[in-house]
Design a protein around this ligand. Structure first.
Ligand SMILES: Cc1cc2nc3c(=O)[nH]c(=O)nc-3n(C[C@H](O)[C@H](O)[C@H](O)COP(=O)(O)O)c2cc1C
Length: 171
């Protein structure tokens, strides 16, 4: 059985260390590729049909609206043959203390019973927030490991923390 990194990330304007900055590659994208490298997994990006705005404030408005309406934004595509994977590394940014709603769309689409999910959350200070609880609710029967919180701006340096997390959890 194999493993796959599934991630959601958004390039464009973001709030980094209390300033708005333009990011060419999203923080979670960077962390997801480190995970791919370290675990030798396949990798798949979750892309909503209607992407969130590049503009930070607009994006926050859209994301909050999706959260309030408990939306399940449609995704452009889904990974094939999820049944071939017994391990899913799930990487996402914290949006209002949990995962962006397109990640909810993905998790609801499949049966994760018996699969192991490793949550990695990039954020500006909220840590994992409610995301691990939400994953457990959306994926009953899955084994959800204790997640890894990564400060967004330091995603490129997260290699050692990811390595330690993966080996700690393997014990
Ligand atoms: C809509 C929105 C909501 C956010 N909410 C939170 C939050 O609740 N807590 C937090 O620590 N960071 C929050 N952030 C910051 C992001 O989690 C952080 O910048 C993350 O690393 C972005 O990842 P990305 O570049 O892969 O999209 C939010 C950012 C956006 C755009």
């Amino acid at each position: 059985m194999g493993s796959i990194v599934i991630y959601f990330s958004r390039a464009g304007q973001n709030y980094v260390n209390k300033e708005i900055k333009e990011l060419k590659v999203g923080n979670t994208d960077i962390a997801a590729h480190l995970l791919e490298e370290q675990t030798g997994s396949d990798i798949f990006e979750l892309k909503p049909v209607k992407p969130y705005s590049d503009n930070y404030r607009e994006c926050v408005k859209e994301a909050v609206a999706d959260m309030k309406s408990n939306a399940r934004p449609e995704l452009m595509s889904y990974p094939d043959n999820m049944e071939q994977y017994d391990t899913v590394y799930l990487a996402y940014p914290s949006y209002c203390g949990t995962m962006p709603m397109p990640v909810f769309t993905f998790l609801e689409k499949y049966d994760f019973t018996g699969k192991t999910i490793w949550p990695l959350c990039t954020n500006e200070g909220s840590g994992m927030g409610r995301s691990e609880d939400d994953i457990r609710k959306l994926c009953p029967g899955a084994i959800v490991k204790e997640g890894l919180s990564v400060h967004g701006a330091e995603a490129a340096d997260a290699g050692p923390a990811i390595k330690a997390w993966l080996s700690r959890e393997a014990e």
